[in-house]
Design a protein. Sequence first.
Length: 448
Amino acid sequence: MTAIFWFRRDRRLQDNQALNRAAEESLPLLPVFVFPENLGSLTPLRQHSLIESAKALSSSLPRGLHCEVGKAATVLTSLAKELSVSKVLATKAFDTDGIAEQLAVEAALGDLGIQLELVGSYYAVQPGTVRKDDQSPVRVYTPFYRRWSEQSVEPPYSLDVKSVNWLSPTAASAVPSLTSAAPYQVIAGEEFALSTLQRFLKDRVFSYSEDRNRPDKNGTSKLSHALAHGEIHPRTLLNGLGAAPGQEVFRKEIAWREFYADVLFHNPRTVNDYYEPRFANMRYDSPVEFSEKLLAWKTGQTGYPIVDAAMRQLVQTGWMHNRTRMIVASFLVKDLHFEWQLGAQFFEEHLTDFDPASNAHGWQWTAGCGTDASPYYRVFNPVLQGIKFDPNGHYVNRWVPELSHLDKTSIHEPWNDISGYQHGYPPPIVDHGQERLEALARLEELKG
Ligand SMILES: Cc1cc2nc3c(=O)[nH]c(=O)nc-3n(C[C@H](O)[C@H](O)[C@H](O)COP(=O)(O)OP(=O)(O)OC[C@H]3O[C@@H](n4cnc5c(N)ncnc54)[C@H](O)[C@@H]3O)c2cc1C
């Protein structure tokens, strides 16, 4: 008899609770990763980042990783039949699509009399665990954080990789190739994630409280990619933290990820539907009728420097700073009056750290229709945000070369400089002051 370990968003060998559980079976174990069927429709950068993550995992396994593209249920049942598998083990997902996928796998394997054992989660505290005294879910971040902090988190799991009887991939195994070249070489994998964490703890965590809001600085951990791919587990992150100021703030950010996973688990429809349903009835603009505005937002041509810098950073690198994620999200919903899902979809297409819970609820929080929502009437002013969080204009300078001739006093307001438009930068596509009033008027309509 043999077993399969189905790697999902947990592509690492250490601190992998489900993998440790699989090792305890003491059966020959085939490590498997199934690339999604829609891989070819992702941007080259997203395809590349996923492929590199799987390749890094494969090279850390003594006999490599079995890779196929397709539906997990189809791939796993076919392997199970071929290899006389008695059991499939995997990490349990708590997001909407992950749950649907594991139910399909469970049913397909069940037809063959094979058990799917789901263990652990992608979180330090399993979604659904933190509750109010009356056992209902906690809907607001601050009390969630308090109760989440009271949970005991196990120390990181460790595995003697050589003690496992790994099986070699079968002839069907193949790593897919890119549909077109990625713009740059992504570095992925568990080893890189751990060294990124070490560098962050050594050099940057101490100034994290001040620097984390500054897109012009390299002040955050850049661990979101590794967390999204499961190349590191939040247990490992938390285990390295103490009580020093930056470390506490960092812990709170990790808790936002855990909070949104919990919220999505309790409200699975909110992956693409309104957390506050009344906002579905708001008057929004049609992306067909106003397609040029949507295109300007996507391509970084809105005429608002911080918005355009951020959107270009996203498209060119697959990552965007948290502060500017909020700014561009507010701009799409409240200055351009589009539904948040259009932006979330674009982020999903481009973010190499795409995470269904953090993306859907990061968008809804900014759009004012999510959990402990920053209220809808709080509209980010893209000029003031730029001046405050990119005070020297370095961020805009880096991503919007048409403005790099301007100094810090005019780079966020090129319309104030006689030469502001000399290199072809577009004037604003909307007037922020007017659109803010329009957004507030639509809110009043909704209140009826
Ligand atoms: C509109 C919008 C969409 C977003 N979409 C995603 C997404 O698809 N994937 C994703 O991982 N994050 C998302 N975020 C959250 C946040 O922007 C990123 O996690 C962060 O920018 C990643 O950079 P970092 O690892 O350097 O963060 P750090 O500041 O170093 O934070 C460490 C970790 O804490 C978590 N974290 C930090 N801030 C948040 C937050 N506001 N919400 C949830 N988790 C957080 C992340 O896992 C992050 O890696 C979104 C935020 C917004 C406003």
